[in-house]
Write a protein that binds this ligand. Structure first.
Ligand code: HEM
Length: 226
């Protein structure tokens, strides 16, 4: 056990845990995007999906706490690594020469922090209903929580549309670099597969962002309506 914690405290141990927790969070985001896309199938599908999750409170709360734990590990160790990297190079480069590092890779700490802010806002908005309580307690004709009406109401407001679109840009930037670099940290590097692994992050990020942006814009432009 002591050895395990000793390993975590090494830079490599932290990197491996940040990579593993990042892959877990990516799986959640992909699953969540597929759930969001049910908006295109109408209120019954989206509300039944939300009700299905809530019908299993034990599983839901285990998943929520698990997710929270993974976020805590990812953010805590990710922040520590960023600080260590900065300390290892106390004097900034005189000339910033970033030949291989992409813009997304250089801004991981910034996009990660903005993403945390977005997720906190999102939970207070759509899950807790603190930001805008309207439609939070409404039930559909089947007695399920009317998540569909809540989502439609949200994206009829240009301010929420802007916030969610900016959130998706930040998510896309973070995810596009994170996924490829996690696979590399976990040793999945192979000269022949190198291009594939480099491409996986941007591709998954693009699909997630396009899926979520489609939901927001479909409501904003009245393609999906109550
Ligand atoms: C346009 C994009 C998004 C839409 C339309 C959306 C929609 C929703 C909705 C409607 C809920 C509430 C479900 C319910 O109350 O039953 C929810 C919950 C949640 N969302 Fe999102 N979401 C989006 C993006 C994201 C992103 C990018 C993340 C994380 C990176 C995220 C993380 C969460 C989490 C953690 C929950 C709470 C799940 C729970 O415990 O019930 N969402 N989302």
């Amino acid at each position: 056990m002591i050895r395990f914690f000793g390993y975590i405290l090494t830079s490599l141990g932290s990197k491996v845990l940040v990579a593993l927790s990042g892959l877990g969070l990516t799986a959640f985001v992909v699953f969540h995007t597929l759930g969001n896309l049910q908006v295109f199938q109408g209120p019954e599908a989206l509300n039944a999906y939300a009700a299905f999750l809530r019908e299993m409170p034990m599983a839901l709360w285990t998943a929520r706490l698990g997710l929270l734990g993974i976020v805590a590990v990812h953010v805590g160790l990710g922040y520590r690594l960023a600080v260590q990297n900065r300390r290892a190079r106390p004097v900034g480069y005189a000339v910033h020469e970033y030949r291989r590092a992409s813009w997304a890779s250089r801004t991981m700490a910034l996009t990660g922090s903005l993403l945390v802010l977005f997720i906190v806002f999102h939970l207070l908005h759509l899950t807790a209903g603190w930001v805008d309580p309207s439609f939070s307690d409404r039930l559909d004709p089947r007695g399920n929580r009317d998540v569909f009406a809540k989502v439609v109401h949200a994206f009829q407001n240009p301010l929420f549309v802007m916030i969610y679109l900016v959130g998706q840009v930040v998510l896309g930037l973070h995810l596009s670099h994170a996924l490829s670099s996690s696979l590399q940290t976990l040793g999945m590097e192979h000269p022949m597969l190198d291009r594939l692994f480099r491409g996986v992050g941007p591709l998954v990020a693009l699909l997630v962002v396009v899926g979520n942006v489609a939901v927001v814009l479909a409501v904003a432009f009245g393609v999906v309506h109550a």
